[in-house]
Structure formats: structure tokens, C-alpha cells
Design a binder for this molecule. Structure first.
Ligand code: NAD
Length: 355
């Protein structure tokens, strides 16, 4: 099985495999880049079809964390871990204690956090074996989703101002796909700002709540893309901006929380060519990682949320540069993230020469 040659391999600093026979732990930790600081990223537990899928996932997700933290201006690198197993059937205290020992072996180069398939309780068990776990303990930020929703709302507002020339969201129609932790929080901010909501979810109870509490209009799952709206906010799945969906979009702005919304880089250019402004996903969904970066004994939610609101300016910078350079907003986000890392590397090299 190839490790250094899959498309997802991007000069990762390390990819470590851990096994504990007693608990049947099979985990992979990928550290993509630590130029800006320790690699922080969630621990995903998933029943992968095969081991190659798990490797691809951890490589791709850890790289994504490097870009997200860099663009958000955080002194954190990118990492991620996956535990191969069914989160409903294969969890045990022994398993997470063994996982904690695995994280500890990296000596703080990697800091784990909650992700799909793992809970705060699981990570509390892992913390028996290592301090290198975020999201728990003294001065923890708690559930990051409200901060993510606040950041997405600010990024969406920036996109509405830039593309629709609207100073506020009053009267704008927004189609929201996915009413989970982040999507519902975003809907609340949008309603307060006077926007009109068209929503969908695969769960009826999530839809009923949005209809009764927020006055939203519900549509079927596959009808969300073609809605006659100003803004489309994907808050559920990845790869939903693709050859099938982009041609039917009527929205002039796409701004939502879901990770990896573009099926491929080309789809960022397709949106641009259709005159649709895309707010890059990892630029505007960084609220969670920003609030986590504030964790510690002096944790102050107010100043963390202020920094999250700065996503508005980050998004505007991306839109302006994309227009100037005539490239897609997704490509600009990547450029800015990489430039910061390269700048720090150059400064270090110069210091090493002069020192
Ligand atoms: P969640 O699981 O709470 O919510 C997802 C919602 O999407 C659920 O209500 C689910 O029923 C719905 N859904 C699933 N498939 C759907 C479909 N085909 N059509 C419509 N709805 C569908 O997850 P979340 O924490 O709200 O995260 C949402 C997205 O934002 C994910 O892509 C996640 O990776 C990303 N994200 C979340 C955070 C965070 O802080 N939670 C941070 C960054 C990025």
C-alpha cells in the first residue's frame, strides 16, 4: 500500500501507525506541517471500508488543518488522527487510554480534539494518558459549533456585501443545507438579521424546528440547489459543489460551514465563471479552531468571539485579491495560507544564518 505517492500525500512531516493488541486500537496520526506551531486537529473514528481509505482521509484532513489555521492567523500547525473502527460498537476505555498513549508518544507535536465519531467523554479517557488533548480540562472552550456558526455568519455577511452590495441581510433569501450544530446556529443569526430562510435536512425533526421556531420554508433534500435565492449555505456534506449542482444554482453567493465543499479545484473556477462568489469553506468555518486556540486558564470567550468575527475581513481580503488576480477565491485562500507558512520559514532561515 502506497504512503508517499497517493494524491493526498503533500510532504507530510510524519504519518504514524499505532496498534494496541489488548484494546484492538488501530490508529493513524498524520502531522502535516508544524511550521506555525503544534499540529492541532480532531480525532475521527470511522468504520472505513479499507485501510487505504483511512490513510487518504488522515492525509487530506491533516493538510486541511494546516491551511485553515494558517489562514486564520493562528500559531498552530495541521494534524489529524483517525481510529479505525465503528464508533457505535468498538469503543472502550482501554481503546481511548491506548489512543492517549499514542498521542503522548508525539510529545506535544500533535494535539488531539473531538471530531466525527468521537466525543468529549472519549477524549477525557485519552487524557488519562496524555495532556496533549484540547477541548477539555480547565479553561476549555466547550462545543466549538457556536463559534463556527458565528464565523460562517460573518463570512457570509462579507460575501453579501461584496457580491450583492448589501450592507445588511434584511430581506435576502438564504438556502441552508443541513440544520445540525452549525447550520441551525447560522439560521438563528440569519433570522435575527432579517434574512428569509429556505431549509432542508435529512431529518424531519430538524426541519420542523426551523419551520416552527424560525419561520423557515422547508424544501426536499435534492431541491435545495435550484432554489431562487440570493445565497446558498451548505452546512452538511462535502463535494456538493460539482458538475451536477453548479449549473442549477441560482444563488449569487455560496457561503457555508461544510468542509471540502468543492468536488475539485476546477469547481471553484466554474463558480467564478458563472459569476457566483464562493466564500472558501475553510476560511469562513475556522471559528471552532479559533476558539480552541484561546483555551487555557485565562480563557476569555468574549475576546475569542471577537477574533472569530475577524473572519469578515479575512473573507473580504480573499474576494478583493481574487478579483484583482482573476483567479478563484479558493485558489487565493490556498495562496494566502501557504504564503504565511513560507514567510515564517524564510524568517527562520534568515535568523539561523545571522545567528
Ligand atoms: P452536524 O452533524 O451537527 O449537522 C449536519 C446536519 O446535516 C445534520 O442535521 C444532518 O442531518 C444534515 N444532513 C446530512 N446529510 C444531508 C443531506 N444530504 N442534505 C441535507 N442535510 C443533510 O454537523 P455540524 O457540526 O453542524 O457540521 C456541519 C458541517 O460543518 C460539516 O461538514 C462539518 O465538517 C463542518 N464544520 C463543522 C465545525 C464545527 O464546529 N462543528 C467546524 C468546521 C466545519
Amino acid at each position: 500500500m502506497a504512503i508517499f505517492t497517493p494524491e493526498e500525500f503533500d510532504d507530510h512531516e510524519s504519518v504514524l501507525f499505532f496498534h494496541d493488541k489488548k484494546s484492538n486500537l488501530k490508529a493513524i496520526i498524520a502531522v502535516h506541517d508544524t511550521t506555525l506551531g503544534p499540529a492541532l486537529g480532531g480525532t475521527r473514528m470511522w468504520d472505513y471500508d479499507n485501510e487505504a481509505d483511512a490513510i487518504e482521509d488522515v492525509l487530506r484532513l491533516s493538510q486541511g488543518m494546516t491551511y485553515k489555521s494558517s489562514l486564520a492567523g493562528l500559531n498552530l500547525g495541521g494534524g489529524k488522527s483517525v481510529i479505525i473502527g465503528n464508533p457505535r460498537e468498538d469503543k472502550s476505555e482501554e481503546l481511548f487510554e491506548a489512543f492517549g498513549r499514542a498521542v503522548h508518544q508525539l510529545g506535544g507535536t500533535y494535539i488531539a480534539a473531538e471530531d466525527v465519531g468521537t466525543t468529549v467523554e472519549d477524549l477525557e479517557i485519552a487524557r488519562r494518558s496524555t495532556p496533549h488533548i484540547s477541548g477539555i480540562g480547565e479553561g476549555n472552550a466547550g462545543n466549538p459549533s457556536p463559534a463556527t456558526a458565528w464565523g460562517v455568519f460573518n463570512g457570509l455577511k462579507a460575501a453579501a456585501h461584496y457580491r450583492l452590495k448589501k450592507q445588511d441581510l434584511r430581506g435576502l433569501k438564504v438556502a441552508v443545507q443541513g440544520l445540525g450544530n452549525v447550520g441551525y446556529g447560522l439560521c438563528q443569526y440569519l433570522t435575527d438579521a432579517g434574512a428569509e430562510l429556505i431549509v432542508t435536512d435529512i431529518h424531519d425533526n430538524a426541519i420542523s424546528r426551523a419551520v416552527s421556531e424560525l419561520g423557515a420554508t422547508a424544501v426536499e433534500v435534492d431541491k435545495i440547489y435550484g432554489q431562487d435565492v440570493d445565497i446558498f449555505a451548505p452546512c452538511a456534506l462535502g463535494a456538493i459543489l460539482n458538475d451536477e449542482t453548479i449549473p442549477v444554482l441560482k444563488a449569487k453567493v455560496v457561503a457555508g460551514a461544510a468542509n471540502n465543499q468543492l468536488a475539485t479545484t476546477k469547481h471553484g473556477r466554474d463558480l467564478m465563471n458563472r459569476g457566483i462568489l464562493y466564500a472558501p469553506d475553510y476560511a469562513i468555518n475556522a471559528g471552532g479552531i479559533i476558539i480552541i486556540s484561546h483555551e487555557g486558564p485565562k480563557f476569555d470567550r468574549g475576546s475569542a468571539m471577537k477574533q472569530v468575527a475577524g473572519i469578515y475581513d479575512t473573507a473580504l481580503d480573499i474576494f478583493r485579491r481574487a478579483e484583482r488576480e482573476n483567479i478563484s477565491t479558493a485558489e487565493v485562500a490556498d495562496e494566502i495560507a501557504l504564503e504565511r507558512i513560507e514567510r515564517v520559514k524564510t524568517q527562520r532561515a534568515e535568523l539561523a544564518l545571522t545567528g
